[in-house]
Write a new protein. Structure first.
Length: 142
């Protein structure tokens, strides 16, 4: 098992055991568990990720395909955008979501707010400058 897969499994177990709260590098951060199907394999995958809640609509969260500032997008991003849907665990609730990629000023506004709250996201944007724009996905309760 790779180190990343092992770390994700530990984060997911802790999330589920503590009603959506975890410690370590994610302590105090808003976290969701996203279920998505491999676009080629059809296999279900589960990925923990930070999110930003919509400012007024509790049925919308935003997730960021930062991949820690890597030069390529994460597989979960390609899976979710290909399917247009997925499932999330948020706190103790699990529900279906539709997926929409934000672009332009909407994308920039949401990403900038996440980077303001969590400076690591500003660093990810610096690492990817000139290589790729980090995608922002809106996950809306279906």
């Amino acid at each position: 098992m790779s180190e990343e897969v092992d770390r994700n499994a530990q984060t997911i177990a802790e999330f589920r055991a503590n009603e959506g709260r975890v410690g370590g590098i994610f302590e105090g951060a808003p976290l969701v568990i996203v279920h998505h199907r491999g676009r080629k394999s059809g296999q279900e995958h589960v990925s923990p990720m930070m999110y930003l809640a919509h400012e007024t609509d509790p049925d919308i969260v935003y997730v960021f395909a930062s991949k820690g500032g890597a030069p390529s997008n994460p597989d979960w991003y390609r899976n979710l955008t290909a399917a247009g849907e997925g499932t999330i665990e948020r706190g103790t609730a699990t529900y279906q979501v539709t997926v929409r990629e934000l672009t332009g000023a909407d994308r920039d506004r949401i990403y900038d707010e996440q980077a303001r709250r969590y400076p690591g996201f500003a660093e990810y944007a610096r690492k990817t400058a000139g290589i790729r724009v980090i995608p922002v996905l809106e996950l809306r309760r279906a």
